[in-house]
Ligand binder design. Structure first.
Ligand code: GUN
Ligand code: ZN
Length: 428
């Protein structure tokens, strides 16, 4: 057993939109969180732990559940901060050439290790991940995650058209690869398989149907794709699938929308799409830094809810793996539309909200006995400017909101996955 002393913050339930009251989160300052030898949270208490329990005293720091990034691309760290394009040009100019290199298993293994360690160094302990079209890229993801004990959801990317040589599969081969990967990885340890359709334009109708059939055959599988991100993309989907009433309708007709579906972006949905989304139980992974950087548009969170909305970096379209930076961008995107995203709704979406949307609330997303000890420990401030602001905050929401807006990975002191310390900040 070991015990961590810090200020604990998490959410027992979904905060009310726009409400900044202190009763919305569960705030347990100066508490001890006890971790058992299986890596589960054993207890949370104010009293000092019993003698014999290893103590880690981090009083004055903030302990949160590890962040959950519901949409991020493992091969795209080299694509970060690429200048001057919108989605379709960005894919062709930067992203596809970079992903092609992952046909070499050594490149994929090295890139995946770098990527997962980078997530941990940003306080993210669980992620829904797009690797590449290559089967070995999914093997690399699951085996590196297994080594670290991380919760990951992912799958080989399906794309059998409108992509360069070296980055296309075909329906038969892709189905074989998916079945083999599912058998070897789905439900093994903390890995889950997601049927991974890149987006409608890069799959033939036959491949979309195959993906839908895989989902239908096993309702424990996840599904991930991009939908309605960019206006040129939406127009192109309309040309490729003239019988569909919308981009979302293409996915719906293929049988891709269900309670374990994660749809990245969902900016250009209409009211009928949103009602349908809600009816299927699928969630939207909102990717605000990506949407701003690629000029994709402003996601309407209020109109999309009551469908679940989680938060995602979408690196390399997004500009940072930091969930705080992503949440700060989410605040700005809502502000542009006359809405106010509270620190409570923001942090909930990045922790318990995402866990519930993924049906993983029994494993991650909160600080509760029985859940895995996936934790991140944060400094409230690291410099004179944020210290000045945080020091003057009146009340809990103001303090946490200022922290969320001003902090990033520099504030991360430590990350634990299943109770094991996998990141500790080097002190100079
Ligand atoms: N749509 C299809 N592929 C991608 C991708 O890699 N990133 C983003 N942001 N959108 C996509
Ligand atoms: Zn993406």
């Amino acid at each position: 057993m070991k015990a961590i002393r810090a200020d604990l913050l998490d959410f027992p339930s979904q905060p009310t939109w726009g409400e900044t009251g202190d009763h919305q989160p569960r705030w347990r300052p100066d508490h001890w969180l006890l971790i058992n030898d299986l890596g589960h949270i054993a207890a949370i208490q104010q009293e000092e732990p019993a003698a014999g329990i290893e103590r880690h005293d981090h009083s004055g720091k903030l302990l949160l559940p590890g962040f959950i990034d519901t949409h991020v691309h493992s091969p795209q760290l080299p694509v970060l901060a690429s200048y001057g394009t919108e989605l379709l040009d960005w894919l062709n100019t930067y992203t596809f050439p970079t992903e092609t290199a992952w046909q070499d298993p050594a490149v994929a293994a090295r890139g995946t290790a770098l990527f997962l360690d980078a997530l941990l160094a940003h306080g993210t302990t669980a992620a829904v991940v797009f690797p590449t079209v290559h089967k070995t890229s999914a093997d690399a993801l699951f085996s590196a995650a297994t080594q670290r004990g991380m919760r990951v959801i992912g799958g080989k990317v399906l794309m059998d058209r409108h992509a360069p040589d070296g980055l296309r599969d075909d329906v038969r081969g892709a189905e074989r690869d998916c079945r083999d990967l599912i058998e070897r990885w789905h439900g093994q340890g903390r890995n889950s398989y997601a049927v991974t359709v890149r987006f409608a334009p890069t799959s033939t109708p036959e491949q979309l149907a195959m993906a839908g059939a895989l989902c239908k055959a096993d309702p424990t599988l996840y599904m991930q794709t991009h939908v309605a991100e960019n206006r040129d993309e939406v127009r192109w989907v309309g040309e490729l699938f003239p019988a569909a009433r919308s981009s979302l309708d293409v996915d719906a007709r293929a049988g891709l929308l269900h309670e374990r579906s994660v749809l990245a972006h969902g900016i250009w949905l209409d009211a009928e799409d949103r009602a349908r989304l809600y009816a299927t139980g699928a969630q939207v992974a909102h990717c605000p830094t990506s949407n701003l950087f690629l000029g994709s548009g402003l996601f309407d969170w209020r109109a999309t809810a009551p469908a679940p909305v989680s938060i995602a970096t979408d690196v390399g379209g997004g500009t940072s793996l930091s969930m705080q930076r992503t949440l700060a961008a989410a605040y700005a995107v809502q502000a542009m539309q006359g809405q106010r995203l509270t620190a409570w709704s923001a942090l909930h979406a990045a922790t318990r909200g995402a866990a519930e949307a993924l049906q993983l609330q029994g494993e991650i997303g909160a600080l509760e006995p029985g859940l895995m000890a996936d934790l991140c420990l944060w400094d409230w401030s690291v410099g004179a400017v944020d210290a000045e602001r945080i020091g003057r905050a009146q009340g809990l929401h103001e303090k946490v909101f200022a922290w969320l807006t001003l902090s990033d990975e520099r504030h991360l002191a430590a990350t634990w996955v299943a109770g094991r310390p996998l990141f500790t900040r080097r002190t100079a």
